[in-house]
Write a protein of this length. Structure first.
Length: 297
């Protein structure tokens, strides 16, 4: 069997609930089958001094060994005062010394970062790229992964990619965290959303039913497993606004109807139904409900 590609991931934050540490852990679940992403935690690394660079502490010996053994590096960094945090720079400096023993040299590296700021660590990432020039690291140019505040340019770019329109949220169907269904499915509502209760139903029971139906379509061969990355779907949901506040709302029934409708719609779409012949055959027997009573029989 081919040896897997070993990636060493380092987050530039020591914060317990760090977004960057979370993003790095999330990346672990996303690496391809022929790669392994190991994490090196920077906690407890002493501050660099040139006086000690020839007798580094155990933590530094360890990071240097892990970098040497890695085929590639993934740095996930916050932005501190428009640059990379001291803890990350400290680790970078340690592993670049003593002169002649720069273990970063020639390593391919990917960079990403999460920030509560509007630019999603863009400035820190460019500083890191500058540092990589001297270290002779080979950073990937694309993709640039900048996870930022939704109110900033990153958020706006994402929203325009998703084409958000007030009152008609467009969401990628997920079944749980990190469980976005495939094919990637954008779901939105034909009705204008006017209340939180409505959002809760749409993003809750209806989304759950839609997600379950899509996965069952895969399991039952209605959606071809080998084409999931080539397909994408847009599901328009009609959910009566009165549902949101109706005292007798039956969530089980709401789930069932959305589940069955989604499955039926996907199954018919995949078979190219209705066919032209079916439409012609039904021309007289099927009529839009709005025409009921409009024309005499
Ligand atoms: C010292 C310091 C400086 C910061 N400077 C910036 C900054 O320049 N740009 C930015 O977007 N966020 C800045 N922040 C906010 C960070 O984005 C935020 O604290 C983030 O949660 C840090 O990443 P973490 O969650 O992985 O620890 C700064 C935070 C600290 C503590």
């Amino acid at each position: 069997m081919k040896k897997p590609i070993r990636i060493l991931g380092i987050a530039g934050s020591l914060r317990k609930n760090s977004y960057n540490r979370s993003a790095l852990r999330a990346a672990q679940g996303l690496v391809p089958e022929d790669a392994i992403l190991d994490i090196f935690e920077l906690d407890g690394m002493t501050l660099f001094s040139e006086d000690n660079e020839r007798e580094p502490p155990a933590k530094v010996v360890e990071i240097k060994r892990r970098i040497r053994e890695a085929d590639a590096i993934l740095i996930v960094t916050p932005e501190y005062n428009y640059s990379i945090p001291g803890v990350l720079k400290n680790a970078i400096d340690w592993a670049s010394r003593p002169y002649g023993d720069n273990v970063w040299a020639d390593k391919p590296a990917a960079i990403m970062g999460a920030s509560i700021g509007k630019l999603g660590t863009a400035r820190a990432q460019y500083h890191l790229r500058q540092v990589f020039v001297f270290l002779n690291v080979h950073p990937l140019n694309h993709p640039e992964v900048m996870i930022g505040n939704v109110k900033g340019p990153v958020g706006h770019a994402f929203a325009s990619m998703a084409g958000q329109v007030a009152g008609h949220p467009r969401m990628f169907v997920i079944r749980d965290l990190n469980q976005q269904v495939r094919p990637a499915t954008m779901m939105t509502t034909k009705m204008t959303v006017k209340s939180e209760d409505y959002v809760e139903l749409l993003g809750g029971v209806v989304q759950a039913a839609t997600g379950d139906a899509i996965v069952d379509c895969i399991a039952e061969g209605i959606l071809p497993k080998d084409q999931l990355n080539e397909l994408c779907m847009i599901i328009m949901v009609w959910l009566d606004p009165r549902c949101a506040t109706h005292a007798e709302l039956d969530k089980k029934d709401l789930y069932r109807t959305n589940y069955e409708a989604t499955k039926l719609a996907i199954s018919r779409a995949m078979k190219g139904e209705p066919t032209a012949d079916e439409l012609i055959a039904n021309r007289k027997s099927v009529q839009h409900y709005a025409l009921e009573g409009v024309f005499e029989d």
